[in-house]
Design a protein around this ligand. Structure first.
Ligand SMILES: Nc1nc2c(ncn2[C@@H]2O[C@H](COP(=O)(O)OP(=O)(O)OP(=O)(O)O)[C@@H](O)[C@H]2O)c(=O)[nH]1
Ligand SMILES: [Mg+2]
Length: 525
């Protein structure tokens, strides 16, 4: 028996069915992840992965032929918004009330002590700390003071009782240089926002507007910009309502404009509706492209692993460590990743897999915001495996996990995926002798690259099961195209050549469907 390295001497015998990079892959007995990563870069013309930038799914796709290739956008489609048009739409929509980019923020966290709105898994202090983190994520925004104030009536328009509201107003007015107040609730009604702004004399934000502003600052791709533009529509709508209420007080809101038969309010509502439809239709087109891309990736049979978790838990760092893809840039920032990117990596058996880096989750995010990102989150549903990363060093880690699971539940992730989620406890380097109480969870440090070998092994075992693949030893005749067929349609792990009879035993990871085709073509097992 010969070792697999010596199989190269048999290469002239093998039929060259693949294209040139496929042949390179054959020499290495697998499709090297770095080659796939290079090919996944937009503008790839043989440049190294290090020179390239990460690619968002919307920016690249696989051709229906046998290669990873970059294609230009569908310019022939008239309705397709090009980059310039999306940028224009995005810029036109900059929410006016967010200000000129600088804010000195006073944060107030309404603490509900009991009842259905009480958060049982976390504390008011942790929720306030997260609100501080959100503000600090923004350049030129600074927290000047913060307060936790209890309320028995969070559902009421003024949120706080009279006494507490009075105390709060005095405190805000006494704090020097405040330009905005961040009320740490999901969403304020236009009425509450207006009343608070009147009482405090500064701009008022809720979680929806702060998070959207962070998204706006971090958005890079067309798809992210469109999704943010869509998520901003409800804000624009409530701003319109607020503006009209002011105008009504001056007796002008309900007047008809010219001979149009519409009031100013109705015209603005209509324009907003039209804008919303335009964005939705552009997103729908991108979604179709994404579906095409997904089906082509499936056709390639590279298993897809979505890496998800609460924002800042270390998803990007982990993918970078698993793939060595230097174009990934983890940052100590909430919502650093907004664009879904794909990176190829290799498992111990040399199987190439694609890791999908996803947008992080956050507690108390209004549904509308999540809904706008469904196109992005849709990818999660179509994965072969989910890896849930948790920042186990975070004091709010349990609550974060519950939030992630709730979002997944709302996304209606198929049961087959939910039952095979691999939970990873990241950042164990920040804890002394961390031992997980949960035997199924894998402790790792993505930053220090600890625990990754075991993680890859578990990922591989789960992928093999979840994709219905099998690991088989197949006896092939080296004078027939069997071996090159296997290189093309399966993952070849090992080749033991028998020089005496020109045969080889090939260890492959192969899907049931591909194995069926193999048997039909070549007979036998
Ligand atoms: N100490 C330590 N820090 C880590 C580890 N993994 C990630 N980090 C740090 O955590 C911060 C966030 O890391 P990212 O990889 O950007 O996190 P993310 O989950 O992709 O964040 P978003 O894209 O914003 O949702 C960075 O400062 C990382 O260096 C780890 O294992 N140990
Ligand atoms: Mg990230």
């Amino acid at each position: 028996m010969l070792t697999l390295r010596r199989v190269r001497s048999w290469l002239p015998l093998l039929q060259r069915t693949g294209r040139s990079h496929r042949m390179t892959a054959a020499c290495k007995l697998h499709t090297p992840a770095h080659a796939v990563n290079t090919l996944l870069q937009p503008g790839h013309r043989g440049a190294s992965a290090q020179q390239s930038r990460p690619v968002a799914l919307s920016a690249c796709r696989l051709s229906s032929t046998d290669d990873f290739t970059e294609k230009e956008e569908d310019e022939e489609d008239e309705d397709f918004l090009d980059d310039g048009e999306v940028e224009e739409l995005f810029q036109q929509q900059v929410p006016a009330n967010i200000g000129d980019g600088q804010h000195r923020v006073f944060i107030v966290h309404p603490d509900v002590k009991w009842g259905s709105r009480k958060q049982y898994l976390t504390t008011a202090e942790l929720m306030l700390a997260e609100a501080v983190g959100l503000v600090n994520t923004l350049d030129n925004w600074k927290v000047v003071d913060k307060i936790i104030l209890s309320t028995k009536t969070p559902e009421k328009k003024m949120i706080f009782g009279k006494g507490n509201f009075q105390t709060l107003t005095e405190k805000i007015r006494q704090t020097a240089g405040v330009t905005a107040v961040f009320v740490n609730v999901e969403r304020l009604s236009p009425f509450s926002e207006r009343e608070f702004e009147k009482a405090w004399g500064v701009k008022v934000f809720d979680r929806y507007s702060v998070v959207l502003h962070i998204f706006r600052c971090n958005a890079r791709t067309k798809e992210a910009k469109l999704q943010i533009s869509l998520a901003e529509i409800p804000l624009l709508r409530s701003r319109l309502k607020k503006g009209m209420a002011n105008l009504d007080q001056q007796g002008g809101g309900a007047r008809y404009i010219g001979g149009s038969g519409e009031t100013l309010y109705e015209i603005q509502q209509r324009l907003l509706k039209e804008r919303e439809m335009k964005i939705c239709s552009a997103l729908e087109k991108l979604k179709k492209k994404r579906n095409l891309l997904r089906s082509q990736r499936k056709h390639k049979e590279f298993p897809i692993i979505s890496v998800l978790g609460y924002t800042n838990c270390g998803k990007t760092t982990l993918i970078k460590a698993l793939t060595g893809d230097n174009c990934l840039q983890p940052r100590n920032q909430l919502f650093a990743t907004l664009d879904v990117t794909v990176h190829a990596g290799q498992l111990p058996s040399h199987m190439t897999v694609l890791y999908v880096d996803t947008i992080g989750f956050l507690s108390q995010l209004p549904h509308q915001l999540i809904d706008s990102f469904t196109a992005t989150l849709e990818d999660i549903k179509h994965s072969d495996l989910l890896v849930h990363v948790r920042d186990i060093s975070h004091p709010d880690t349990v609550n974060q996990k519950v939030n992630v699971l709730n979002v997944l539940k709302n996304l209606q992730i198929p049961e087959r995926l939910m039952s095979s989620v691999i939970e990873v406890h990241n950042k164990v380097d920040l804890l002394d002798n961390y031992q997980s109480a949960d035997p199924g969870a894998l402790p790792i440090s993505a930053l220090e690259e600890r625990g990754l070998d075991l993680l890859k092994k578990v990922v591989e075992e789960t992928i093999v099961t979840s994709t219905g693949k099998q690991i088989l030893d197949l006896k092939v005749n080296l004078h027939s195209p069997q071996l090159s067929w296997l290189y093309k349609e399966a993952t070849v792990q090992d080749v033991q050549v028998n020089a005496d009879d020109g045969s080889a035993v090939v260890k492959v990871i192969i899907s049931t469907a591909a194995h069926g085709r193999y048997k039909k073509l070549f007979g036998g097992r």
